[in-house]
Design a protein around this ligand. Structure first.
Ligand code: MRU
Length: 342
């Protein structure tokens, strides 16, 4: 399986997701600033992968930090990484985890602090793979046998430390012997579906059909889609789900057509401090992502553009939320809190 992100003696190595699938190249981030830029530029993307990158960024920054002022250095490094992308809560979860560990290490020899932070960052990665496999075990029984699963964006190995959340559920269903295939929305404007989901499923020999985003309703109405499984960037206390823009439209179509709509996400994607999804900050990205396709202009110069990277799906459209601790169903206030407190 593809290695999305690795901690190495040379730095943090990432597969460059802006180049896939035409080129499989790796970049080595040699400083925390380079890790931060890689997150902003989407060399690494997907909520859990961003969390792993942030943890590794903190650890890398602290390897190089001025040993005489570690507290201030830690603050500066964490602030820079926290300022990269606002929506995926896994970023803030990972930074908080590193901060909490650092608080227990203060006053210890600097080499010990550095080693502990590096070990923690590697642990965040290893745990993520285990979490995805557990999510797969919980989610696989929900996937209908012999049917097509529709997914949006990329919530796969590339969006995590490995195996994936939504694609992890699909992988687990196949490993359990289910005969299913996948329809992947291309996911304009960044084409995570066309470039990343299509590529990683094809690598694994999972039967996959690429469709444009606006075809999802056509196939649902034909009865072609057995269920939808997507990932999430942040889930509010009431079960509202922020995920890649276009997810909301898919969820509404799914309800209209009687198709179950599942969200697969680790507990670290829950943000129970937010009562509902309208409180989730939505990242606005550069207009060029909309007006250009791979650097080629496709719209008239000077046109007004909106480019929200995520949307919020109200929980009434969500059939169930699959986590590593079990499956939550409505009423989500209670079911999510119970999972978070486990
Ligand atoms: O902008 P991206 O590519 O980081 O957005 C990714 C998504 O929206 C994913 O669906 C989400 O992070 C879940 S990834 C397991």
């Amino acid at each position: 399986m593809v290695e999305t992100i690795q901690w190495t003696p040379d730095g943090v190595v990432m597969i460059d997701q802006t180049k896939l699938p035409r080129q499989v190249v790796y970049v080595t981030c040699k400083s925390y600033e380079e890790v931060a830029s890689a997150i902003v530029d989407m060399i690494v993307r997907g909520a859990p992968a961003i969390g792993v990158a942030a943890a590794m960024g903190v650890a890398l920054g602290m390897q190089q930090a001025d040993a005489s002022r570690l507290d201030q250095e830690m603050e500066r490094i964490c602030a820079r990484l926290a300022g990269t992308r606002p929506t995926a809560v896994n970023l803030f979860w990972a930074i908080d985890r590193m901060k909490r560990l650092y608080a227990t290490l203060r006053g210890k020899p600097v080499e010990e602090i550095r080693a502990a932070l590096a070990a923690e960052a590697r642990l965040v990665k290893e745990e993520d793979i285990e979490i995805n496999r557990a999510m797969g075990r919980h989610g696989a029984p929900l996937v209908p046998e012999g049917k097509t699963v529709l997914t949006h964006c990329n919530a796969g190995a590339l969006a995590t430390a490995g195996y994936g959340t939504a694609l992890g559920v699909i992988r687990a269903a196949i490993e359990a012997g289910k005969k299913i295939d996948v329809f992947a929305d291309e996911t304009r404007p960044f084409l995570q579906g066309a470039r990343l989901t299509a590529w990683e499923l094809q690598q694994d020999g999972i039967p996959t059909t690429l469709i444009t985003d606006n075809m999802a309703g056509y196939f649902m109405r034909q009865g072609r889609i057995g269920c939808v499984v997507v990932g999430a960037d942040r889930i509010a206390a009431n079960g509202d789900v922020a995920n890649k823009v276009g997810t909301y439209s898919v969820a509404v179509l799914a309800k209209e057509n009687g198709v179950p709509f599942y969200v697969a996400a680790p507990v670290s994607t829950l943000d129970l401090t937010l009562a509902h999804g309208d409180m989730i900050p939505i990242e606005q990205r550069a207009s060029k992502e909309v007006t250009e396709v791979f650097g080629v202009p496709v719209a008239p110069e000077g046109i007004g553009v909106q480019n929200p990277a995520f949307d919020v799906t109200p929980s009434r459209y969500v059939t169930a939320i699959i986590t590593e601790r079990g499956v939550a169903r409505a009423p989500f206030e209670e079911s999510l809190r119970a999972l978070a407190e486990q």
